[in-house]
Design a protein around this ligand. Sequence first.
Ligand code: PBG
Length: 332
Amino acid sequence: MSSGSLNHNQSLGSRRLPMNQTLRKMFQETTLTVNDLIYPMFVMSGEQQKVEITSMPGCYRYSLDLLLAEVDQLSQLGIHAIALFPVIPEEQKDSQGTESYNPTGLIQMTVKAIKQAYPQIIVMTDVALDPFTTHGHDGLVDESGVILNDPTVEVLVKMAISHARVGTDFVAPSDMMDGRVGAIRQALDKESYINVGILAYSAKYASAYYGPFRDALDSAPKFGDKKTYQMDPSNSREALKEVQLDIAEGADIVMIKPALAYLDIISQIKTNTNLPVAAYNVSGEYAMIKAAAANGWIDEKETVLETLTSIKRAGADLILTYFAKEVALILS
Ligand code: PBG
C-alpha cells in the first residue's frame, strides 16, 4: 500500500479486520453464553414418564422424578434457570382454572422438589390459566366468550402466591391481562415475598408460532382465538406502551414473545428501558429449525447459534429457548 493515497480500494476495505480467527474473535460484538439462556420445561404427573412432544423433537414432558434427573444434568451443563409449564390432565381442568392455585398441584409440588434438591437453580413459573381451563383461554370467560379481565387477575394473584409459597424465584405472567403485574407485585409484597421477582411477558403477540407449545400442553383454545388479549403482529407502538405499563407496575424483567419475527421490537424495547430484556424463542421457531435440519436442508448447530446470537444482538439479555441444553453442550 502506498502512503497518503486513497485511490487504492484495498486501503478502504473492510476485509482487514476479519482476516483471521483471532482478529474475528477480538472484534466480535455479541457473544452467546449459557448465562443468557433459560430452559423452558414441561412437567406431567406420574412416575418414570418421558414423553416426546411430536411437534418439538428433542423436547419432552417429564414426570417429576425424571425432571429432577434432567435438572441435575442441566445444572452440570451450566444452565442456571428454567421456566416451568405443567401438563394438566383433562379431568383436573375446569372453566375457572381452580387447579392453578392448588397448594399441592403439579407445579407447586415440582417447584418445591426442585428448590429442595437444587436450591441454586433459578425457577421461573408461568402465571396464566390456559393449561388449567377447559376452554384453553388464559383468562376467565363469560357465556358469550368475552375474557373477564379483573376476575382473571384475582385468580392469577392466587396462583402467583401459591408459587411463591413453594419457593419459586420468579413468577412469569404470560396471560396479558391488564393490571396483573401490579396486582401480583402488591400481593407478593403484602405476603412478604419481597424477593420473588416478576418476569413480565410484556409484549406478547397473537402468534401462529405457539402451535407446537399448545400441542405440548394440549391447551389450544376450544373457541375463538387470543387476539383480544395478545398483541397484533402489525403493531410496535403498543409493545412500548405495554412495557411501560408493566415497568410502572413493578416488573423486574420485561419479555418479548416470540423472538425471531420480532427482533425490531426487542431492539426498540432495549433502547427504551433500563430493565433487563428477555426474549422467548418460542416453540414454532424451535420446530422450524428442527424440521429443516431433520430433512438435511440446513445445518442445525450453525442455524441455532446464528439465530440465538441474532436475538441477543437485537438486545435480549436473556433468551428462553428450547435449544438451551443443546447450546450448552455445543458451548462446553
Ligand atoms: C400461554 C403461553 C403460550 C406460550 C407460553 N405461555 C401459548 C399461548 O399463548 O397460547 C407459548 C410458548 C411457546 O410457543 O413456546 N400462557
